[in-house]
Design a binder for this molecule. Structure first.
Ligand code: AMP
Ligand code: MN
Ligand code: MN
Ligand code: MN
Length: 283
């Protein structure tokens, strides 16, 4: 039986393919009972999603996924149960979204240098009005124009460090992200730790620092983890006295490793981040 709890997902407000309302409908259809919407650096989808979730019988969790620069590397911090009305959180996220426009221009300049023109307009054409601009939108433009056969190949060839469309960028600090989340009443969760290719010592330092700053949980089950990573991060969660979270990181049909509603359970030795949540009484 897959788990009915999914605490990481994306809509068109960031780089997902379904609108917040479509996402809620889809999740309910697929048997999900508790869903968090965690768009990158943006919370504009939460109100529509919450209303739709009520309509379709889903328990909804307000969330966000904040882009962070830690030790010159990009990592992601998910905030769960944040208050979307919190001014400090809103201002912080606005700064990140504004900086995304500057970065997009830098990416387009890099691509122009290898002869790919029109990528700025092309990427924005894939983004939704009032939503963020991201590398995923550039990837969709590049696939559309035939520069690579799929989004995965596009990232490898154009959008990762050392490639023409990669533009060095300064996101929020780890302290800022955790503070914004905590001060808005939320729970800070280190997203998909298995995706950070930082070595053991850096990972231990990251977990230590994250916990010192008030981080509460790490994703143990996620669409980004191989089967071997799940028990590995379950052990680290235990070692650092962190709670465990689970989320598909769903971006739309065919976009993610896990189809909506197919997430496995957390290992039994984990304390779920939702262990004391009233929403979870029935699940
Ligand atoms: P950004 O925040 O603009 O740097 O975009 C990051 C997003 O790009 C991630 O959240 C993923 O959705 C997507 N992404 C990153 N790497 C890959 C990859 N190798 N293949 C497909 N999508 C990716
Ligand atoms: Mn994404
Ligand atoms: Mn992420
Ligand atoms: Mn994500």
């Amino acid at each position: 039986m897959p788990s009915p709890i999914d605490l990481h997902s994306h809509s068109t407000v960031s780089d997902g393919l379904l609108s917040p309302v479509e996402l809620m409908y889809y999740a309910a259809e697929k048997g999900v009972k508790v869903l968090a919407l965690t768009d990158h650096d943006e919370i504009a989808g939460l109100a529509d999603a919450a209303a739709a979730a009520t309509k379709y019988g889903l328990q909804f969790i307000n969330g966000v996924e904040i882009s962070v620069t830690w030790n010159r590397r990009t990592i992601h911090i998910v905030g769960l149960k944040i208050d979307p009305a919190n001014a400090e959180l809103q201002t912080g996220l606005q700064r990140l979204r504004d900086s995304r426009h500057v970065r997009a221009q830098g990416m387009a300049n890099g691509l122009a240098r290898v002869g790919i023109t029109g990528s700025l307009e092309g990427a924005y054409a894939h983004a939704s009005e009032g939503g963020i601009i991201s590398r995923s939108h550039f990837a969709r433009f590049l696939v559309e124009k035939g520069f690579a056969k799929n989004v995965g190949a596009v990232f490898k060839r154009f959008l990762v460090k050392g490639k023409p469309g990669y533009h060095e960028h300064q996101w929020a600090s780890l302290e800022e992200a955790v503070t914004w989340i905590r001060n808005s009443g939320g729970i800070a969760v280190l997203a998909h730790p298995g995706r950070y290719d930082i070595g053991r010592t850096n990972m231990l330092n990251l977990l230590h620092e994250f916990r010192e700053l008030g981080g509460k949980a790490i994703e143990v089950v996620t669409g980004s983890h191989t089967p071997e990573m799940v028990p590995h991060f379950a052990r680290l969660a235990h070692q650092f006295e962190l709670l465990s979270s689970a989320g598909s990181d769903y971006h739309g049909p065919g976009q993610s490793y896990f189809e909506m509603g197919r997430l496995p359970d957390l290992p039994s030795n984990c304390t779920p981040v939702w262990h004391d949540w009233p929403e979870m009484q029935a699940h």
